[in-house]
Design a protein around this ligand. Sequence first.
Ligand code: NI
Length: 148
Amino acid sequence: MRFLALTAGCGSGDDGRVTTEPIELSDALASFDALWSPRVVTRVNDYDVRVAKVAGEHLWHAHDDTDEFFLVLAGELHIGLREAAGERTVRLPRGVVFTVPRGVEHRPAAPSGAAILLFEPTGTPTVGTRHEEIPAHVDVTTGHPLGF
Ligand code: NI
């Protein structure tokens, strides 16, 4: 039996194609150095799978229209959360998943650096739908294509 195949390629470009080749996450992470600047590894229906390298603090922001999924691939990620009951920080070591509910103000941070995988709707901006003043080290993006 033959199946039609899309043009093979690594990563998922702006054309929205689903990736048709296996992708080694360590290769994806090795292909860029920028911090707080996610790369789109592949797409699942209308969701992006993104990876990012992070260190220091991101900024307080909220995604009013979507939950945001985190998987820590290396290092430890801290996520500050402003919830109805008050403010707290969750500490996520490698291998841990966490979902920030839509509408909840949060601030990711990684004092010692981390690599993370994010799963969120295509087009979701890194700084959410509302945010504090954007510091210079934060890339405002909906995810960049992988460059390898
Ligand atoms: Ni967020």
